[in-house]
Design a protein around this ligand. Structure first.
Ligand SMILES: Nc1ncnc2c1ncn2[C@@H]1O[C@H](COP(=O)(O)OP(=O)(O)OP(=O)(O)O)[C@@H](O)[C@H]1O
Length: 606
């Protein structure tokens, strides 16, 4: 047990805190499971107890819960703040508040409504609070295995999602505190801590540290991650080296791009020129999507180690072999699955529709400029670069929009046919597509690569896609359901954290109100025993029991304030108490309120 450290009477520092205050622990999230007095709630496993050790608590003034086989302690030794019926009223009122009745039900008074049969009110079921001490298992539409088969980790978000989110967070903040990489400007306008982003294939910079020319922009066009000193967010900066501004109107389109917010387009924030790199560079600032790859990296990058399979399986077969050893992804040598292909097509068409409707053109439908930011989740990247880099006031935007459609068609061909080369006649690839994919793919490609005409637009392309779009809608909605379910699991855990925080504030607290034993006496002693009951159980062999389900069950029952009783045994086995979760919950509330009323709302550093 940690030795108590005297608590200073005055806070040592009175710095304002911008973190969460104690009030955040008091969020009213719970209603009791059972109505008051319902004794039917299940009992948790109670540690077996030698009756000889069941004695009255002697060493500290303890409020009077039900003692097992023990004489009732003398009231003189008890702290008076043991929950009374008045205290329980607090619970009842919370319970009342939490029961939300439909207004229309309240107004349905049979005596005032001739249209309604009064007898139905006789049978109106009494609404009872929900079993909120229990974790809610995922609903059947999310997960089919029976509840008994749910592993423990289904209490939390899935491991895959947790890993992905964790990696994204790590990557986002990696290096944001350590300044720019040597050789890069310390500051670039409002941006600092510049770091180059590689797609692992460019991880080796040339010996003279020159960036290689971009496959798309011809100029070297490195990408950096940087932190904005205005909002503290991380952004992605695309630098076009050797850019000379000749016409200021070249930046006109940037304003329209900046206003565009679309789920399939990487948001452009601003564009400017700079000499900070000791040259003339154009900088375009985009939203940062950590852990993203590109369609090029994921599907098209040549893989020298790849041995094509002797008999290529059909497009709808799973792909999980021959992945690129550098990225762990990359061209697999297998045709892209049609389901994934339609997902990409739908999202690109969606982006193009938004772009063309805004009077712009993408001009950038290259596989290396389409980011994959999640599972089959894509976003057009690099929007606006060509509008500035190859500013052309004489060509109508409709021409560029027609080019977008042709580039879209070629992109689909590249994804379906690994042998396709730009400039190659489409007859062979189309034949390949016809044999390996449904006719809709070929029809769409033929429409997209056909000659420009006033009738050729992204709207017409969307019509050809027709019902395929609904598949994408299904997939998105299923995914949203799964995420919502994961969110629900984390919400349950948030409640437990709040409770644990309160217990942490109270248990083993050093001197409070000049009483060095404050946290070991009165209500607080029960909390100490409860903490031992939850976390410090030992088996019959004396070995610690680390049972997360026991912890979660106890804490959730506590949060719900059940009437179920448990037996708390002192560490020296000399005394025990039988108390209900409701009573323990009252102890926590009382002790925590005592601390909160006396305490400084701001954090005290010791
Ligand atoms: N907005 C962004 N957020 C996060 N990562 C990005 C963003 N834009 C690009 N990237 C990452 O930067 C890597 C490099 O992008 P880039 O467009 O330079 O690809 P590239 O294959 O190197 O193309 P190029 O030949 O044109 O340089 C991409 O693989 C992608 O993972």
């Amino acid at each position: 047990m940690a030795s108590p450290t005297p608590l200073p009477k005055e806070p040592l520092t009175a710095k304002p805190s911008f973190g969460l205050g104690a009030e955040h622990l008091s969020a009213p999230v719970f209603v009791p499971k059972t109505p008051i007095g319902d004794a039917s709630s299940p009992r948790s496993a109670t540690p077996s107890l030698n009756p000889s050790i069941v004695n009255q608590i002697e060493h500290s003034p303890i409020p009077p819960p039900t003692a097992v086989n023990t004489p009732t302690p003398s009231t003189a030794n008890m702290t008076p703040n043991w929950p009374t019926s008045g205290n329980q009223g607090g619970i009842l009122s919370r319970q009342d508040n939490s029961m939300s009745f439909d207004d229309s039900m309240i107004s349905m008074d049979p005596s005032q409504s001739s249209a309604l049969d009064g007898s139905m009110y006789m049978h109106q079921p009494i609404r009872r609070p929900l079993d909120q001490h229990l974790y809610v298992s995922p609903l059947p539409h999310i997960s089919n295995p029976p509840i008994s088969h749910h592993p423990l980790h289904s209490f939390f978000i899935s491991d895959d999602l947790r890993r992905t989110l964790q990696s994204k967070h790590d990557l986002t903040y990696l290096g944001t505190q350590s300044g720019s990489t040597p050789g890069l400007p310390t500051e670039l306008g409002i941006y600092h801590s510049l770091r180059i982003i590689d797609n692992l294939n460019h991880i080796q910079l040339p010996p003279n540290n020159q960036n290689p020319p971009s496959k798309v922009y011809i100029h070297p066009a490195p990408v950096y991650k940087a932190v904005s000193s205005v909002d503290g967010n991380v952004y992605c900066l695309r630098r076009i080296e050797g850019y000379k501004l000749v016409n200021e109107t070249a930046f006109n389109a940037i304003d329209t791009w900046r206003r565009m917010r679309h789920p399939n387009i990487v948001g452009l924030r601003e564009a400017f020129t700079t000499k900070a790199f000791n040259d003339n560079s154009l900088i375009l600032v985009y939203d940062y999507h950590p852990l993203s790859t590109t369609i090029w990296d994921e599907h098209l990058i040549p893989n020298p180690n790849l041995q094509p399979p002797p008999n290529p399986p059909p497009a709808n077969q799973n792909q999980n072999q021959n992945q690129n050893p550098i990225t762990g992804k990359g061209r697999t040598g297998l045709p892209i699955q049609e389901r994934v292909l339609w997902s990409y097509i739908t999202q690109i068409a969606n982006a193009l529709k938004a772009i063309h409707s805004s009077g712009l053109a993408a001009r950038n439908l290259d596989p290396s400029k389409i980011l994959i930011t999640g599972k089959n989740r894509i976003r057009l990247n690099g929007c606006g670069v060509w509008d500035v880099l190859a500013f052309d006031a004489t060509t109508h935007v409709g021409v560029f929009q027609q080019e977008d459609l042709v580039s879209f068609g070629k992109l689909i061909i590249s994804l379906c046919c690994d042998f396709f080369q730009p400039g190659q006649h489409p007859a062979l690839p189309l034949d390949h597509i016809q044999r390996n994919y449904s006719p809709d793919v070929k029809n769409l490609v033929m429409f997209l690569i056909s000659k420009p005409s006033p009738l050729k637009s992204v709207d017409e392309a969307i019509k050809i896609m027709g019902p395929r779009i609904l598949n994408e809608l299904d997939a998105m909605q299923n995914y949203a359901d799964t995420l919502e379910s994961d969110l629900g699991a984390e919400m349950e855990n948030g409640r437990v954290v709040r409770l644990l925080s309160k217990l942490g504030f109270i248990n083993e607290r050093a001197e409070f109100e000049l009483d060095p034993r404050w946290s070991d006496t009165g209500d607080r002693y029960i909390l100490k025993l409860f903490r031992d009951y939850v976390f410090h159980s030992v088996g019959v062999d004396g070995k610690p029991i680390l049972d997360l389900s026991h912890v979660l069950t106890c804490l959730n029952k506590l949060d719900a304030g059940l009437d179920e009783r448990i037996m708390l045994v002192s560490r020296d086995d000399q005394s025990c108490l039988v108390v209900s979760y409701r009573e323990i919950k009252n102890c926590i509330e009382a002790a925590f309120n005592e601390l909160r009323n006396a305490g400084n709302p701001h954090r005290v550093h010791r």
